[in-house]
Design a protein around this ligand. Structure first.
Ligand code: HEM
Length: 232
């Protein structure tokens, strides 16, 4: 696909990110009654969870991954943007998980009983480890140049693996919540069910375009020339 540049995939990914953010807000605010950290209506506390996990963790994490591909800035600036956005994603993700625990605890529901919760918790722990190792190796204090060159492809590979896990966790979350709702008051073929499934589809495509834009070969720099980043 001569001439097809990584930037094209990032544009699509940005558009999908905006669509996913709007859809999850419409779902949680319009269909589910809104968001709250303190409320007698415990469902509002739960609603904080999908909003922060999607907009905070996955979308900001997606933008952090793509920052190397999308921005016309120096590598030193892009490295800082990457690590700051990833830190914001992890913090917002942690607050989002806290909201799920808070909802469970205040509603008398058990914690960590589902595959979604196991993969979700594992994902954010791996994300945190990945961030710390990346910070120490590439930012402060920074490893020796030859070690950085060896470490960078592994950092990118492991980062994409953890990102894929995060997308998978979100998919399981949508599936689980919609199944709960369909067992109570939500029509299986109603507009809310359609909206949730459609949001989950948009998130899969977002994940795919983020990964494609990252591994896509036609980029202004040689993606295998890791000295370019590691050397900054
Ligand atoms: C990568 C994103 C996500 C991560 C890391 C994640 C993580 C978690 C964790 C760790 C829990 C356990 C809380 C507890 O046991 O008290 C949980 C609960 C839950 N999450 Fe997520 N979540 C994510 C996205 C979503 C999304 C998008 C939804 C969609 C609605 C969702 C729906 C749920 C539901 C229904 C529960 C309660 C039931 C259960 O524990 O499985 N999650 N999540």
């Amino acid at each position: 696909m001569a001439g097809l540049r990584a930037e094209v995939f990032t544009y699509v990914a940005h558009a999908l990110a905006v669509a996913a953010a709007v859809l999850v807000l419409v779902w949680c605010i319009h269909f589910r009654g809104g968001l709250a950290f303190e409320s007698t209506n415990k469902s509002l506390i739960f609603n904080v969870h999908p909003v922060l996990m999607l907009i905070g963790f996955i979308i900001i994490g997606s933008e952090a991954i793509m920052s190397y591909r999308a921005l016309p800035l120096s590598k030193e600036v892009k490295k800082r943007i990457h690590l700051i956005l990833q830190a914001i994603a992890i913090v917002l993700g942690a607050v989002g998980i806290y909201a799920a625990f808070k909802y469970h605890n205040e509603s008398g529901i058990a914690n960590l009983y589902s595959l979604h919760s196991w993969i979700g918790l594992g994902t954010i722990c791996l994300y945190g480890i990945q961030w710390i190792l990346g910070f120490i190796t590439f930012f402060y204090p920074g490893a020796a140049l030859d070690f950085k060159q060896v470490a960078l492809p592994w950092h990118a590979l492991f980062g994409l693996f953890v990102y894929a896990l995060a997308v998978g966790a979100a998919e399981l979350g949508f599936l689980e919540k919609l199944t709960f709702l369909e067992e109570s008051d939500v029509a299986k073929f109603g507009s809310e069910a359609f909206l949730v499934n459609f949001t989950a589809l948009v998130v899969i495509f977002l994940g795919a375009f983020v990964v494609i834009s990252t591994v896509s070969p036609n980029h202004e720099e040689d993606p295998h020339d890791y000295t370019t980043v590691a050397d900054d």
